[in-house]
Design a binder for this molecule. Structure first.
Ligand code: KIV
Length: 270
């Protein structure tokens, strides 16, 4: 599906179902299960490479996995993450790296942060590269944020996220992704900006939802350095494989649950 068609879904009130994807086998499965957007997320640093966070993911990793996903899903919109260090320093480098992801098969890129990043978004969009802004909890800033914490809980930080979302939408971003923010704030942002929002831990009122595929299947048990029993899945995840014995069916059930607004439920939201 094309970007413009996805944006029209929101005008019709239809929810967007997005999942992370890192290889051709899952890409094909997801395309046939009706997933609207495949995100080649830098979460691959955690779920594929076993790291504690996403900070060591490189452009080489991202382009390798983007090519694999593009090979498996020729008819689905592919969004690729810009890894830490690939876009923050200067706009020319950001453009060069974004173009590398597009040449690898992505249709658009996502990067984290508001503030100075609004200028970066504008620079890429003016040069024909569609952008998704990632706001709220931004995993590449995990050290600065002091861990995996909900963002936008104080009035000041809620206003900051709302203003960044508005500025990104005005700059021409195609989507705003909201991670781990109170559901009420995500609703306010969704109603207050011109472009669709995609939520993860942001409540049911976003225009669409995203999950990490390993979380949807209930198979992620934390970094390689920790024992599985030490890991507690984040509140916003749901194991869709528990209700079926087929991965294809679990993915379809997720798509249906997003479309009929039964996922995320209150227990998955903040
Ligand atoms: O990298 C990723 O998978 C993401 C999602 C958590 C939204 O950015």
């Amino acid at each position: 599906m094309k970007l413009s068609e996805l944006q029209q879904m929101t005008s019709r009130g239809e929810k967007i179902a997005m999942l992370t994807c890192y290889d051709a086998t899952f890409a094909k499965l997801m395309e046939h299960a009706g997933v609207d957007i495949l995100l080649v997320g830098d979460s691959l640093g955690m779920v594929l490479q076993g790291a504690e966070n996403t900070l060591n993911v490189s452009m080489h990793h991202m382009t390798y996995h983007t090519k694999s996903v593009a090979a498996g899903a020729p008819n689905t919109l592919i969004m690729a993450d810009m890894p830490l260090g690939s876009y923050e320093h200067d706009n020319e480098a950001a453009y060069k790296n974004a173009a590398w992801l597009i040449k690898s098969g992505a249709h658009m890129v996502k990067f984290e942060g508001g503030g100075d990043r609004i200028n970066t978004a504008r620079y890429l969009i003016e040069r024909g590269i569609p952008v998704c802004a990632h706001l709220g909890f931004t995993p590449q800033s995990v050290n600065q944020l002091g861990g995996y914490k909900i963002q936008g809980k104080t009035q000041e930080s809620a206003e900051q996220i709302l203003n960044d979302a508005k500025a990104m939408s005005d700059a021409g971003a195609s989507f705003v992704l909201l991670e781990m923010v109170p559901a009420a704030l995500a609703k306010k942002i969704t109603e207050g900006i011109k472009v669709p929002t995609i939520g993860i831990g942001a409540g049911v009122d976003c225009s669409g939802q995203v999950l990490v595929i390993q979380d949807l299947l209930g198979i992620y048990t934390g970094p390689a350095s920790k024992a599985p029993h030490e890991f507690k899945s984040p509140r916003f995840t749901k194991n869709f494989l528990q209700e079926t014995n087929s991965i294809q069916q679990a993915v379809s059930n997720y798509v249906q649950a997003v479309k009929n607004k039964t996922f995320p439920a209150i227990e998955h939201s903040y």
